[in-house]
Design a protein around this ligand. Structure first.
Ligand SMILES: [Fe+2]
Ligand SMILES: [Fe+2]
Length: 314
């Protein structure tokens, strides 16, 4: 692969030379830039002038030498959806959450579409993502590479278990705070209503996944491993229950979004008592867990299960 030694180029020609090199690349081709400082300003300039049509990968990251492999993306890779971005690197979820961008139920939108809809500057989000990309990926779990049966079990023993355990406490606290503070803070009554709707929906939703959908996904993985035919499920194609699960995610996610709005992003008022504060902190944790949970299903488990079924039926 060709390396462009930027240290040897006259300062005013550095960026134009790199752009010239980049523009001459065919889709999928790469080159490396070699520099004596972090070329991140170039990254932002490329985003601004060419858009998200390249991949930026540090091969060496200082302190003396910086090398970045720049790849021109192939058509189709250019506008990854938010869900795909999070699936490839879960740390990006934190960025989307901060900007109020929905990466689970609204994960099918491209970053640009989602930002436009919310009136957010896409460049700001992209630079926050670039910051995350600079840090080590080591301590995040790579859900995207997990076997689907393992992922399904993981969702049950972490997220379903969390929801099941959180519900009794949240039921108690949301009811208590609504009763005690509803007259001075009527929004807590609305919060309890929307939270209750989520709790009821999830209590019916999770058993469907655990008893019907996930066992079928696991049986497909098993069939593939053992090269056995799959037996046809009662629900026709797997796309049917998945569509239903996704619709239920939209509903639960929407109710939690309402809770978030009504609680002003889980910020308790100054006169809030301890129960009030605990309720808001716990609801915040509950929403964050729900986002991660729905993300793993909508963006990783479900699309891969649909693909696996297609593969097995062929
Ligand atoms: Fe689930
Ligand atoms: Fe689900």
């Amino acid at each position: 692969m060709e390396t462009l030694d930027v240290t040897k180029i006259e300062p005013r020609l550095k960026h134009p030379s790199i752009f010239e090199k980049f523009d001459a690349l065919a889709d999928g081709q790469s080159f490396v830039i070699h520099n004596d400082h972090d070329p991140v300003p170039l990254y932002y300039q490329m985003i601004a002038e060419r858009g998200q049509i390249f991949e930026w990968e540090y091969l060496k990251k200082g302190p003396e030498i910086f090398e970045v492999k720049i790849t021109k993306l192939k058509a189709g890779e250019k506008s990854k959806t938010i869900g795909e971005l999070v699936a490839s690197d879960y740390r990006k979820a934190e960025v989307f959450r901060k900007f109020g961008l929905d990466f689970c139920c609204g994960g099918h939108k491209t970053l640009k579409e989602a930002c436009d809809k919310k009136g957010i500057n896409v460049l700001e989000v992209e630079s926050a993502i670039a910051e995350i990309e600079k840090t080590s990926k080591n301590n995040q779990q790579d859900f995207n590479n997990w076997e689907l049966d393992f992922l399904a079990d993981y969702i049950v023993i972490t997220h379903h278990k969390y929801v099941t355990e959180a519900i009794p406490m949240l039921n108690e606290f949301s009811a208590k705070v609504a009763r005690v503070h509803g007259s001075s803070h009527p929004e807590v009554i609305e919060i309890a209503k929307h939270y209750n709707a989520v709790a009821e929906e999830l209590s019916m939703h999770m058993p469907k996944e655990e008893n019907i959908l996930f066992p079928y996904i696991k049986s497909m993985v098993e069939a593939k491993r053992k090269e056995l035919p799959i037996s046809s499920p009662g629900f026709g194609t797997i796309a049917n229950p998945i569509r239903m699960m996704e619709a239920e995610h939209v509903s639960a996610g929407g109710n939690m979004e309402k809770v978030n709005e009504l609680s002003n992003g889980y910020a308790p008022p100054v006169d809030a008592c301890a129960s009030y504060r605990v309720l808001f902190a716990k609801l915040k944790e509950f929403e964050e867990d729900l986002h991660q949970h729905i993300h793993l299903e909508n963006n990783i488990l479900f699309p891969k299960a649909i693909e696996l079924e297609k593969e097995l039926l062929n």
